[in-house]
Design a protein around this ligand. Sequence first.
Ligand code: NDP
Length: 257
Amino acid sequence: MTGKRFDMTGKTVLITGASSGLGEHFARVLAATGASVVVAARRAERLDKLVCELQAQGFQALAVTMDVTDSESIDTGFTAAERQFGSVDVLINNAGIGANVPFLKMTEGNWLSMLETNLDGAWRVAHRAAVAMANTGRGGNIVNIASILGLRVAQGLAHYAVAKAGVLQLTKAMAIELARDNIRVNALAPGYFRTEMNNDYFESENGQDYIRSKVPMRRLGQLEELSGPLLLLASEAGSFITGTIINVDGGHLSNSL
Ligand code: NDP
C-alpha cells in the first residue's frame, strides 16, 4: 500500500538539466517508477543516448532540446512533450550552472549569466509548467533543485547563493499561490555531490579537505542518496507536502559554527 504511493505509472515527468549529473540520475530513477520521462537540456546527443538506454529497458522516454535562458526553446520543448504524452504532470526543475568567482573579481557578466540560468531560467521553466498544469484542471507537481547555498553562503559563490536563495523563495511563493490549483511546489537542497559541475575541485586536495572539515558525515553525497527525497516530493507519497525544502547534505547545514 505504502509502496504504491511512490509508483508513478501513468505520470509524465519533465526533467531539465538531464544531460548529466543529478538530472540524468533523476531521469533513471523516475523512469524506474513507471513514469514517462522527458529529458531536457542543450546537449542533444547526450539526451539521445540516455533515451536509448531507457527505452532499451522498456521505459517511455523522450529527449527535447531546451535552453532555459530562452523562453521560446522552453515552450518548444514542453509542446513536444505534451504532443507525445498528453501533458506534463511533474516538473523536476534542475538545470543549473556553477562557477566560483571571488566577489572583487566578479564582473557584471558573471553575475548576470548566473542569475539568467539559475534563477530566471528556473522561473521560466516553472512558469511554463505551472500554467499548463493549471489549464488541464488536474494540477501537478514541481520539484525545484536548489542548494544548501540557498540557505548559507560560501566564498566565491555570491551569485550562485543569491540565485539559489531566489529559487527557495520562488518555491514557497508558488506553493501558496498554486495550492488551489492542486499544484504542489517543493525544493530539494542538496549538499555536495560529485558531478561535472565540481569534479575538478573535489579531485583536488583542497576539495577533499573541505569536505572532511565541513561535512559532519565527512564525505560527498552519492547520487543514489537523492533518490528517496526526490521520490517523496515527486510522487503521491508527498501528497500533503508543499512549500517545503528538503536538505540532503550529510549534516552540512547544521555544522557547528
Ligand atoms: P551538471 O553540470 O552535471 O549538470 C547541469 C545540467 O544543467 C546539465 O544537464 C546542463 O545541460 C544543464 N544546463 C546548464 N545550463 C543550461 C541551460 N542554459 N539550459 C538548459 N540546460 C542547462 O551539474 P549538477 O548535476 O551538479 O547540477 C544540477 C543541479 O543541481 C543544478 O541546479 C545545481 O545547481 C544543483 N546542485 C548541485 C550540487 C552538486 O553538488 N552537484 C549541489 C547543490 C545543487 P547542457 O549543458 O546539456 O544544457
